[in-house]
Design a protein around this ligand. Sequence first.
Ligand SMILES: [Cu+2]
Length: 164
Amino acid sequence: MNGWPAIRPGRALAILAAAAAVLAAACGGDDTVSTADHMAGGGMMASQPAGSIRVGLRNWAVVPEVASAPAGKVTFWAVHDMEHMHGQNEGGAVHDLQVMKKLPSGEMELIGQVQGLKMGEAKALTLELQPGEYELSCNVVEEVGGTTISHYTKGMVASFTVTG
Ligand SMILES: [Cu+2]
């Protein structure tokens, strides 16, 4: 237990990730989708694909830049926004984006998802969407300080309409 450095590895990594995100944003000339995918997987902020719909994920909201899209191929650009770094133990270190379609029965069907986005990370999700009512949500459930937190219940859900 003695002799460990004062800076915890987790905190140092978070600072590095934040710095990397700033650098990536500053030089956003890289426009190939394949590169963007690799970078997103590696934990860096990549460029938003042209024509995609930005969906901000934060404590505790899902914020799509538009509330509807025409049926067909739709690309969501899921971004874990860094607007809650002040929070120490509130949870929300990682968010998901689930795209759920409302069925006639009232049940929700999972159409596609991006999981495990850390602060500052972003990833594209391209889906073939039929007309209907959808929900964009984060279904992460985690335990923080002995309390179970459901991101969905906390407010991480937004309505989305696909027009015919
Ligand atoms: Cu979440």
